[in-house]
Design a protein around this ligand. Structure first.
Ligand code: UDP
Length: 535
């Protein structure tokens, strides 16, 4: 592909005039830099200064107009990782009149999405931080279509899986480094800057130890739709056939030392064929092909496990952890498998036998070596039986332990599988409905007083409007009754559309009553307007 945007195909003179007269226009969404995406007309980038430029004119727009708060700490996050101080976006300002003294701009005619990839050498980060957020940011803005141009500003080279980024649009993505080849001043006719964080489920431990995000907003449905999109682009179709187990191995570190024994045990236990894959030995496409029809995926903890999103519904994910690593503290893949609608079974196994681990104290620090540390710290790490909670990213005890090789103790491994996995027909799973009930309609209450210490409260309602169009296995109603002025309430689950309460109901008292519908035990509807009922 030519390293040029043909300026002949656009009305160059017209574009330059518009830029000079109107300057840059920006309108953003989001209240905070962490939830902001900005849309620009004529955002420019100076490749020498490595700065984006906003040109002011009488017609330019800057919303939000934050004044100096734009630098506290930034206008927005360029990556999907929240508030990371290496991922901030801002621009310089210049009067449009300055254009007269600047190099002739090169206009980018495509609608462009400008962002930072977070760690394009790691498959987990590629999917979680980049591909999913890019895909769903593009879904949010209809002009970010298949013709959109992606521009990666983090400054890295392509990385090991650049082909995956190429699948997101028909145009070649551009790297920061390449922008220089276009000229000194580039102006993006229409662009979006920033990424949606709506799809991310994990935080890596920059401010508190790693774990699932506090407010997860994505379900298995969106993950699976994204996975289907990629598979379609890769020409992969799910195949019907015999059941088989995939062992996803690593070949350079964090090894399974008794792989053959593990494969044999799995084959015998489940009476299934087993296959191994590794990123070093197969193409990514062929691995996805294999995983997309597998019954079970077994792997050491590691980025390759992000491919579990391609497993069919009902399949099992088995994650192995080296000695002294507590699986509960490292759960990106458990969280993924457990998202509602992913419909995957998840099991963790950890090595608890110290003789079965192989350590590498002599390696460089980033592969878990510890010989560069003080003697005392080395001894402390070697004596420890579990890595304590820690922050990202350079905790030597964590790196030392996570890069161990492991001989899997087959007996304890099979034990956890037997305890946790539902065996029959892993693949044949019904997709659960996610349709929530509407409000119950026409809620009413009637009261009567029987005696000075005896009263009745009858509550009735009509079914939610959407129920008549649905086949629901189990419809129940929940009623909350609160005596006015009290701060507790009594909850009741009821099978019918009316009920008369007499226990705990006092005469000459005001009760507040809420009613809602529940489908299949866990799909809760909204409460109807509160009823005020006086006995
Ligand atoms: N990787 C691999 N085989 C190996 C070691 C690493 O394919 O033997 C891949 C791994 O899947 C990830 C990248 O190399 O995409 C970086 O691995 P690292 O150990 O740094 O990260 P982790 O897997 O712990 O997230």
């Amino acid at each position: 592909q030519s390293q040029e945007f043909s300026q002949a195909h656009i009305d160059y003179h017209g574009a330059l005039l518009t830029l000079q007269e109107h300057g840059t226009r920006m309108v953003c969404t989001g209240k905070m830099h962490t939830d902001r995406i900005c849309r620009f007309d004529y955002l420019c980038y100076c490749t020498e200064a490595e700065e984006f430029v906003f040109f002011h004119s009488n017609a330019s727009v800057m919303l939000p107009n934050l004044g100096p708060r734009r630098f506290q700490p930034a206008l927005l996050d360029l990556s999907s990782v929240e508030d990371h101080n290496t991922q901030y976006f801002n621009f310089l300002e210049l009067p449009a009149a300055a254009l007269k003294f600047m190099p002739k701009p090169v206009f980018v005619p495509d609608v462009t999405l400008i962002l930072n990839r977070f760690n394009p050498d790691n498959l987990m980060h590629i999917f979680h931080d980049d591909l999913l957020p890019i895909y769903y940011t593009m879904q949010q803005y209809s002009d970010l279509d298949d013709e959109a141009r992606l521009v990666f500003m983090e400054g890295w080279s392509e990385g090991a899986h650049f082909d995956l980024y190429r699948l997101l649009s028909s145009k070649q993505p551009l790297l920061k480094e390449q922008l220089k080849t276009f000229g000194k001043l580039m102006c993006f006719t229409k662009s979006y800057v920033g990424l949606s964080k709506m799809t991310t489920w994990y935080q890596y431990g920059f401010v508190q130890p790693q774990g699932p995000k506090a407010n997860i907003l994505i379900s298995g449905n969106e993950i699976r739709q994204f996975a289907s999109f990629l598979m379609e682009r890769l020409n992969i179709t799910q195949e019907e056939g015999d059941d088989y187990i995939v062992v996803f191995k690593r070949t350079t570190n964090r090894l399974i030392l008794n792989e053959a024994e593990l494969l044999l045990a799995l084959a015998q236990e489940f009476q299934m064929r087993t296959v191994t894959v590794s990123l070093e030995e197969q193409s990514f496409d062929s691995i996805i092909q294999i995983i997309s029809s597998a019954t079970m995926l077994v792997s050491m903890h590691g980025a390759q496990m992000i491919t579990s999103m391609f497993l069919p519904r009902g399949a099992a994910v088995v994650e192995l952890f080296p000695y002294a690593i507590n699986p509960e503290q490292y759960t990106p893949y458990k969280t993924l498998a457990s998202l509602p609608g992913m419909d995957l079974q998840y099991v963790a196994w950890r090595n608890t036998i110290e003789e079965n681990t192989v350590t590498y104290p002599d390696r460089p620090w980033d592969q878990g070596g510890i010989v560069h540390l003080e003697k005392e710290e080395q001894e402390h790490i070697l004596a420890s039986k579990e890595v304590p909670r820690h922050l990202c990213c350079r905790n030597p005890e964590w790196l030392f332990r996570i890069y161990q090789d492991t001989t899997v103790d087959i007996a304890s491994f099979l034990d956890v599988l037997r305890e946790t996995l539902k065996k029959p027909n892993l693949k044949k799973i019904k997709v659960a409905s996610t349709v929530h009930p509407g409000r119950v309609r026409e809620p009413k209450c009637q009261t009567s007083v029987q005696a000075t210490n005896e009263a009745k409260l009858s509550v009735s309602w009509q079914i939610p409007w959407n129920l008549k169009y649905l086949k629901v296995k189990e419809v129940k109603y929940e009623v909350w009754i609160q005596e006015q002025g009290e701060n507790t309430y009594m909850p009741y689950i009821l099978p019918h559309q009316n009920y008369t309460f007499s226990e705990n109901i006092k005469p000459f008292t005001t009760y507040l009553v809420w009613v809602r519908c529940i489908f299949n035990k866990n799909l809760l509807g909204p409460f109807a307007d509160v009823l005020t009922c006086k006995t």
